[in-house]
Ligand binder design. Structure first.
Ligand SMILES: [Zn+2]
Length: 247
């Protein structure tokens, strides 16, 4: 293996949504898939790394919100990778039910209100239209493997971190001191313990963050939205938790 084993990727849309390509020497593992149905930005990053699409072996999903899962079906089709998600989120990713609504009342940060609005409109559209023949709101993708707290995916420890959604999952890679939080933590437009307007249970999210603050040594935090935390990541995670406890 040459080069760094973690590549952060963004297509710049949907609140700076981020995905991560990981290389621990058994093909590539992708955490989340960005917001395009074609997976084009992930494919471009693989090409840049000189890796054929068949090198993608696993697609791991933090939660079922569209901007994280839209590329999963196409990337699996192209690569033959195994799609891995929590069972509850998996039902949503498979198109069996809509993801939970969070309400239309605008919440801080207002720069992501467009996403909050889209999530809630999507809930009603899917609830009332998704069983109609021919209606496709996103490329549904039934996971090949479901995961729960304490499972392992190669070297990744699976941690159930509910709050943003019921089945939100985080992943810790001890050898790299890297933590992937999904939307439990966001870094755009500010570092925060999740976006209130897009999360179903902020108290649960805070408890999940406390759990993540004790996971082990952390030098890299890969968040679902915004650039990774790489400078003083552990300290900033603990400060964030202290702030979340006060609020
Ligand atoms: Zn989300």
């Amino acid at each position: 293996m040459t080069g760094p084993p973690i590549h952060a990727i963004t297509d710049g849309t949907a609140g700076r949504v981020h995905a991560f390509l990981l290389d621990w020497g058994e093909g590539l593992t992708l955490i989340d898939t960005l917001s395009s149905d074609t997976g084009e930005v992930v494919l471009a990053e693989m090409a840049r790394l000189g890796r054929p699409v068949g090198d993608l072996k696993r697609i791991v999903l933090t939660h079922a919100h569209r901007s994280h899962v839209r590329g999963a079906a196409r990337l699996r089709e192209l690569s033959g990778a195994q799609v891995i998600a929590n069972a509850r989120e998996g039902e949503i990713i498979a198109g069996e039910r809509p993801s939970a609504a969070t309400g239309f009342l605008p919440r801080h940060p207002f720069r992501v209100y467009q996403l909050q609005f889209g999530l809630n409109v999507g809930y009603y559209v899917e609830r009332y239209l998704h069983r109609r023949p021919g209606f496709v709101s996103f490329p549904a993708c039934e996971p090949d493997r479901t995961i729960g707290d304490g499972d392992m995916i190669g070297p990744l420890q699976v941690i159930h971190t509910p709050g943003h959604t019921d089945g939100s999952m985080s992943f810790y890679w001890p050898a790299q001191r890297a933590l992937f939080t999904g939307d439990v933590v966001v870094t755009w437009p500010h570092l925060e313990a999740g976006w209130r307007g897009l999360s179903t249970d902020m108290d649960a999210n805070r408890r999940s963050l406390s759990q993540l603050a004790t996971v082990g040594e952390v030098e890299f935090v890969g968040s679902g939205h915004g650039p990774p935390l790489v400078d003083d990541a552990a300290v900033r995670l603990r400060d964030l938790l202290a702030g979340a406890r006060r609020s």
